[in-house]
Design a binder for this molecule. Sequence first.
Ligand code: UFG
Length: 338
Amino acid sequence: MHILTTGGAGFIGSHTCVALLEAGHSVTVVDNFVNSQKEAVRRVEELTGKSIKLYEADCCDRDAMEKIFDENHFDAVIHFAGLKAVGESVQQPLRYYRNNIDSALTVCEVMGRHGCKRIVFSSSATVYGVPDEVPLREDMFCKGCTNPYGWTKYMIEKILMGLCDSDPEWSVVLLRYFNPIGAHESGRIGENPNGIPNNLMPFITKVAVGQLDHLNVFGNDYDTPDGTGVRDYIHVVDLARGHVHACDYAMTRTGCDIINLGTGVGYSVLDIVNTFEKVNGIKVPYVIGPRRAGDVAACYADPKKAAEVLHWKAEKSLEDMCRDSWRWQKNNPNGYSA
Ligand code: UFG
């Protein structure tokens, strides 16, 4: 298959490009590099020994997207491109709605015009909102999100569902990711956030490498085994493999499915810190602080549907995730910049 990955230079996108190329597919990337680097694509080529056709363009730019589709035949699109920082989305809601919704609409319109009607969308467990119960199943009612970023994921899901209702030729897979961490085991590609990281694992690796002083643990009074927040951390290489399965699945049927990509296992903040310290032999000083607004106590997936429908399940352990995150950070203290 020839697959277009929008945002293919990003954290999940770059790992998915590796998985697609290793599975024998051809890959084209379109990325505007607002939050990613060309070097990631170069390293994917280096790792796989295969080449990627790369377009520097914004998915909201209709003319640029038309040109990409005029010049290529794609069997499917994986739409990763989007702004993704929760806190920033609260400060800049219009930018988030404009960018994320506009790019999804433009990609779908251009796809439809070119007769490419298979799309895998990177959604998020954030659409479940504050859960009444865990584990989270895809058929649970989503009560609403806690920030504009989450709402953009929610709205794009609805847009793609509507598209399937309107036209039976569309094949849509909505993947709800839980908490992706880890990195390719080569240590050549990984997560490269701008500025001070918001998410737990990149923050921990920055503390471990000495760029930040200590981790602030956001609350230890939740109703969880050790009082700290529990999440379903999933190795990005497992997640990437899930996209290859989702593309295969999208080829076999039409309609729309929502599928969780998680492990089904929840770990607390202190589980992550302790495992990171143990497998890497490095201390991560931390301070317990107040809760972060908008956080939930526990969030983890029911991963059964992915196993049944995609024939996929996560295989890597928390130890693998901690080891691989650290290898990437240690080998690339400044990310992709030299
Ligand atoms: N945490 C800390 N200190 C930090 C950062 C995080 O204690 O410096 C804690 C949080 O309170 C939470 C856990 O670590 O308990 C995980 O927090 P992250 O910020 O890494 O991840 P979230 O679960 O808050 O959010 C992530 C993604 C969202 C996505 C959501 C889906 O960032 O994009 O998962 O549930 F929408």
